[in-house]
Design a protein around this ligand. Structure first.
Ligand code: ADE
Length: 232
């Protein structure tokens, strides 16, 4: 059965967007994963289908209503049962390769993409929801973040990556950054391709790449070397 993505959003027209192209889009067309979209506004209040209101206690901006969201979530869960529900938010658990792998190994993901200043806190308490962040910055809505989560998951599904690409993935799969890559021409603007890569000695090349992956990681992201086992 295909891996199921289900997204609750006020902007379903943003999807599939980039997820309809390239590797992940091919996989969608091939039926390796499915995408179901739920328009939150269908559960809006009154003639104007209001989904948000002013924050209790005052202050700037608008907050998504608990009752509207609960209806939207319950409706989506009835249509797409058995999926973990993620709410995209900068205060969430960081998205990691390990989390993407765990999600990809499950039946799929239901993702709530918020807008405005956020959602009524009672929804998070009253429904089983995991808050997930894609980084320490603020987006104008959860949709782009949802796409990031889905891209990271879908490329891990069986049959999505070709043999060539899956080999290339091994490096980050062990918690290290990628080793440097080179292609033609052999010398460019006075910079040669490292001799070892032209040697044809596969053991030597593998060793060089492991050492380079370590060096690059130590240089650019020493933090990755500390909790390495956690990321496996
Ligand atoms: N929504 C807005 N900003 C976000 C972020 N950094 N991560 C996840 N969802 C978000």
């Amino acid at each position: 059965p295909p891996w199921r993505a289900s997204v609750l959003t006020l902007f379903p027209e943003m999807f599939p967007g980039p997820l309809g192209l390239s590797l992940v889009g091919q996989a969608l067309k091939a039926g390796l994963w499915s995408l179901s979209l739920h328009q939150i506004r269908e559960f809006g209040i009154g003639r104007h289908r209001a989904v948000d209101d002013t924050p209790a206690g005052g202050g700037a901006g608008m907050v998504m209503r608990a009752d509207v969201l609960a209806q939207a979530i319950d409706n989506a869960r009835a249509a797409d049962p058995g999926l973990p529900l993620l709410y995209m938010s900068p205060r969430g658990e960081p998205l990691t390769q390990a989390r993407a792998r765990r999600l990809a190994e499950g039946p799929g993901a239901m993702i709530l993409a918020g807008r405005f200043e956020g959602i009524d806190e009672r929804v998070i308490a009253g429904r089983e929801i995991l808050e997930v962040s894609i980084g320490d910055y603020v987006l104008s809505g959860g949709e782009l973040a949802a796409m990031v989560v889905l891209d990271a998951c879908v490329r891990l599904l069986p049959g999505v990556l070709g043999a060539e690409e899956s080999l290339a993935q091994e490096s980050f799969e062990d918690g290290l950054l990628e080793y440097p890559q080179y292609t033609k021409p052999r010398e460019w603007e006075g910079r040669p391709t490292p001799e070892v890569l032209l040697s044809g000695d596969h053991a030597k090349i593998a060793k060089w790449r492991r050492e380079e992956a370590l060096r690059v990681t130590r240089e650019k992201r020493p933090d990755l070397l500390e909790g390495r086992d956690k990321r496996r």
